[in-house]
Design a protein around this ligand. Structure first.
Ligand code: DX5
Ligand code: ZN
Length: 217
C-alpha cells in the first residue's frame, strides 16, 4: 500500500475554508486531518462541531478527526454525527480507553489512539488488537509548524513490530513537523499515514507538496 497523506486544516486559511477544502478535493490527499483542541488537554483552542460539519459538507475525502480534548467520551457521538470517519482520542486523556474505543466503533467510525511524544508504545499492548489505527505525535500537540522530534522514528519502528505481531491491519499515522525533508525516513520506519499541516498549507503550491509526499511512499 502506498503511504496515505492527511493534510491538517489547522494550518489552512480559515476565512476561505471552502477554497482550501476544494483544493484538497482536487489533490492527491487521502484523508483530511481535523485537529480539535479544547484549551485544557492542550494549551490551545481550535474549533468544534460546526466547523467539522462544515468541512464534512464540502469534503470529498474522509475526515480524520484528532481529538485533543479532555472528557472525550462526552463528545464522541457529536463528532461522529458531524462527519468523522476516522476518530482518535489521546491515551493520556482517556482513563477508560477500552470503553472509549468500543463507543467509537459502535458509532461506526474507525477508532484510533494517539500517543504524546513522552508516552511509550508499550502502553498499547493490551488494546492494540481493538484499534484501527495508532497516531504517534511527533511534536507536542497544540500547534502547527513545530519541529519534528527525531526519537519518533524509533517509536514508529517499535510500534510496527507490535502491529505486525498482534494486529497487522492497524494503521500507523504520524503527526507533526512532517515535510518532504523527513517523510521518506518516517515511511521507511513503518508509517502508513502522514499528517502535514504547515508543509502543505504554507507552501505556494500545496497540491504539488501533497503529490511529492505521496510519491515518497
Ligand atoms: C498538532 C496537530 C497537528 C498539526 C500538524 O497538535 O495535531 O495535526 O496540525 O501541523 P504541522 O504539520 O505544521 O506540524
Ligand atoms: Zn493532529
Amino acid at each position: 500500500m502506498s503511504v496515505l497523506i492527511a493534510p491538517s486544516v489547522l494550518s489552512a486559511d480559515f476565512l476561505h475554508l471552502d477554497r482550501e477544502i476544494e483544493m484538497l478535493n482536487e489533490s492527491d490527499a487521502d484523508w483530511i486531518h481535523v485537529d480539535v483542541m479544547d484549551g485544557s488537554f492542550v494549551p490551545n483552542i481550535s474549533f468544534g462541531f460546526p466547523i467539522v460539519n462544515a468541512i464534512y459538507n464540502v469534503a470529498e475525502k474522509p475526515l480524520d478527526v484528532h481529538l485533543m480534548i479532555d472528557s472525550a467520551d462526552c463528545y464522541l457521538e457529536e463528532f461522529a454525527q458531524a462527519g468523522a470517519t476516522w476518530l482518535s482520542v489521546h491515551y493520556e486523556a482517556c482513563p477508560h480507553l477500552h470503553r472509549t474505543i468500543q463507543t467509537i466503533r459502535d458509532l461506526q467510525c474507525y477508532a484510533g489512539v494517539v500517543l504524546n511524544p513522552h508516552t511509550p508504545v508499550h502502553v498499547l499492548e493490551d488494546i492494540i488488537s481493538e484499534l484501527d489505527y495508532v497516531l504517534l505525535m511527533s511534536v507536542n500537540p497544540g500547534y502547527g509548524g513545530q519541529k519534528f522530534i527525531p526519537q519518533t522514528i524509533e517509536k514508529v519502528k517499535k510500534l510496527k513490530k507490535m502491529v505486525e505481531a498482534f494486529n497487522p491491519d492497524c494503521l500507523i499515522e504520524v503527526d507533526g513537523g512532517i515535510s518532504t525533508a523527513n517523510a521518506a525516513e518516517i515511511i521507511a520506519a513503518g508509517a502508513d499515514v502522514l499528517v502535514a499541516g504547515n508543509a502543505v498549507f504554507k507552501n505556494e503550491d500545496p497540491k504539488k507538496i501533497i503529490s511529492d509526499l505521496k510519491k515518497l511512499g
